[in-house]
Unconditional design. Structure first.
Length: 312
């Protein structure tokens, strides 16, 4: 009888240890936090206030910016401009309504345990030289728009797994299958890679296609333009595709290499096809394709300030 109970105890202990081992093991899942937002901006409550008076009534506008995406923004790579008002009417000048970030805006990150480290939060106070004061005398009540426009440089990364074989026309599922739709994992930000599909292209080549898709609510511009310039800079994204295997060629790129360059988004999207030479490949295996997209991004928030005439 004791032997029977001993066996039961050993089995139960083994089960418990196995359960603990599973709980403390590696966390599976996506390599990114994901999402379609880079920076989130908002006016701090009461700054600016909803109502002010002309004359000596002074106030400020404070814009809060949080990096919820997965790309760091270096010092000077984000710019905020307050628009919608005449600087002179509010006792300031145009230069005081423009600010760049004087600290890094660090991204949100997914840690090895599967948790999330939140990104940086910065506050921008306008005007940079003091306070707003409506200097003219009003004959009545008027409402003015306070528009905060922000432009910043951002990067998104995407990973997909392709099947690499010595003979791409070999459909036997020994390790993986070339032909088919593959899962894509995207870092957090407004440019996302979607609809990734791999196909064989003869005995020595394979191909994959994917779609670059604008999922955010702002506007895309060519990187390093600070969202300025002619129509030619709008909807421009710099794309780099890396398989780590020589002989990769992609169509549709300009101003770069065979596997990188600029593309123009049309109605927020663009399809790209890449061909990979596998004539020098030894063995069959799965391989990560990394796709990076670089661009400038512009977004805005707005509020209103009502200016009343101060009674004498």
């Amino acid at each position: 009888m004791k032997s029977k109970y001993s066996i039961i105890f050993i089995l139960a202990a083994t089960f418990l240890l196995s359960g603990c081992s599973q709980e403390t093991g590696p966390v599976s899942g996506t390599p990114f936090i994901g999402g379609t937002t880079g920076l989130v901006m908002s006016f701090v409550d009461g700054a600016p206030p909803e109502e002010v008076y002309d004359g000596d009534y002074s106030f400020t506008a404070v814009v809060k910016v949080e990096n919820v995406g997965e790309s760091d923004i270096a010092i000077g790579d984000a710019r905020i401009n307050i628009r919608g008002i005449s600087p002179e009417n509010f006792g300031t000048n145009a230069a005081s309504l423009i600010q760049n970030n004087n600290e890094d805006l660090l991204s949100s990150k997914k840690n090895p345990e599967g948790g999330t480290t939140e990104g940086s939060i910065l506050h921008f106070t306008f005007p940079s030289d003091g306070v707003f004061t409506y200097v003219d005398e009003l004959s009545g009540t008027h409402t003015f728009p306070f528009l905060a426009t922000m432009c910043y440089n951002y990067q998104n990364k995407a990973n997909a797994m392709i099947c690499v074989k010595e003979d791409p026309l070999d459909y036997e599922d020994t390790v993986c299958i070339i032909d088919g739709i593959k899962t894509v994992y995207n870092s957090g930000g407004p440019i996302q890679i979607m609809n990734f599909e791999e196909t064989p292209r003869g005995k020595t080549k394979l191909a994959f296609t994917f779609e670059i898709n604008h999922q955010g609510t702002g506007e895309v511009y060519e990187m390093t333009t600070m969202c300025e310039g002619e129509r030619a800079t709008e909807d421009k994204v710099y794309v780099n595709v890396n398989t780590g295997i020589p002989g990769l060629e992609c169509t549709g790129f300009t101003g770069g290499e065979t596997n990188s360059g600029y593309i123009t988004l049309y109605e927020g999207k663009r399809s790209i096809t890449c061909t990979q030479d596998v004539s020098g490949v030894s063995g069959d295996y799965e391989k990560i394709v990394e796709i990076t997209t670089d661009y400038d991004y512009e977004q805005s928030i707005t509020t209103q300030v009502t200016v009343k005439h101060a009674a004498e």
